[in-house]
Design a protein around this ligand. Structure first.
Ligand code: CDT
Length: 303
């Protein structure tokens, strides 16, 4: 069978004053542990390099810009690329991207895919931005991704790299069935996703108390219904007063959890993924060409 050993490299909290250098040192330690345990591909969280700043309404542009990367790799992130290349390990890394496109500055919530030679082979910009574009006086916990970012303009792509067909998405995307389905239709065998999920993000106790269940439900349903591996990595723990869930996990195309983190700290979980499992399900219950009925799905793409 074709297989790949993958790692979800969960991170514990990152404080606002933590430097990129401190964070990158933690990433390198996680990478080294993952490589020592046989990992060929390591998945880091969403917005890996800083604290999850969309919880604050910042208005000073210098303060905002300090959370964004203008180049990748930059001087502070280069050591991660060099170590990954030395270890011959690929990785997924989420970060806040500041890009100048058509003469205009744009901000995206971005993830890159780096191959085992240290080359960036894929880039994804988060499509589903949760929360609000301005502070909500009625909410105790703010979530201002629509204020800081614009929706990604690349769509859901997949890349044939490192011996597999790999797709990427980011955090809230994992709750939307369309995310997985588009990539599955493009042949994704493995979908990588980083997340930051506060345990009080809806402001309703009835919903918030199900946050861990909804994380599992989304990832397992996404994997099974689309016949793909899903590697999901949290930034977790008590970060600047906000509790972020952990539960980083590797889910098989059967929907079974192959590995799951047990802490909300820096923690590596590893699984050997049989890539042919994706094909097995797509030749049977989820043979898309034989069984899908797209004529009945038109409403999904109407606005
Ligand atoms: N980062 C991110 O997308 N988090 C959301 C929770 C907040 S929704 C207001 C998520 O879907 O996990």
């Amino acid at each position: 069978a074709r297989s790949m050993v993958v790692a979800a490299a969960q991170m514990g909290p990152i404080a606002r004053q933590d430097s990129r250098k401190q964070v990158v040192a933690r990433l390198i330690a996680l990478l080294q542990e993952a490589a020592a345990r046989g990992a060929e591909l390591v998945v880091f969280p969403e917005l890996t390099l800083t604290t999850f700043f969309p919880r604050w309404h910042l208005t000073d542009s210098a303060e905002i810009d300090a959370f964004f990367e203008r180049e990748m790799p930059g001087p502070e992130t280069l050591p991660l690329f060099e170590e990954a290349k030395r270890l011959q390990v690929g990785f997924y890394l989420g970060y806040a991207e500041l890009a100048v496109e058509e003469g205009r500055t744009r901000r995206y919530n971005t993830a890159i895919l780096v191959d085992r030679a240290g080359a960036i082979v894929g880039k994804y910009r988060k499509v589903h931005l949760p929360g609000w574009d301005r502070p909500q006086p009625d909410l105790q916990a703010q979530h201002l991704e629509k204020y800081y970012f614009e929706p990604g303009n690349y769509g859901f792509r997949v890349w044939k790299t490192m011996g597999a067909t790999i797709g990427m998405c980011i955090c809230n995307d994992r709750r939307w069935p369309e995310t997985y389905r588009v990539m599955a239709l493009k042949g994704a065998e493995m979908i990588l996703v980083g997340y930051n999920t506060p345990d009080d993000h809806t402001g309703s106790f009835d919903f918030d108390s199900l946050t861990l269940f909804h994380n599992q439900l989304s990832l397992q349903a996404g994997a099974y219904q689309n016949s793909t591996w899903v590697v999901a990595t949290a930034k977790a723990g008590l970060e600047e007063g906000s509790n972020l869930i952990g539960q980083s996990m590797i889910v098989a195309p059967s929907g079974q959890i192959a590995a799951m983190a047990t802490s909300t700290e820096d923690e590596v979980v590893v699984a050997k993924c049989n890539l042919d499992m994706a094909t097995l399900y797509r030749k049977t219950i989820f043979d898309f060409a034989r069984h899908r009925e797209p004529d009945h799905y038109r409403l999904i793409v109407e606005t």
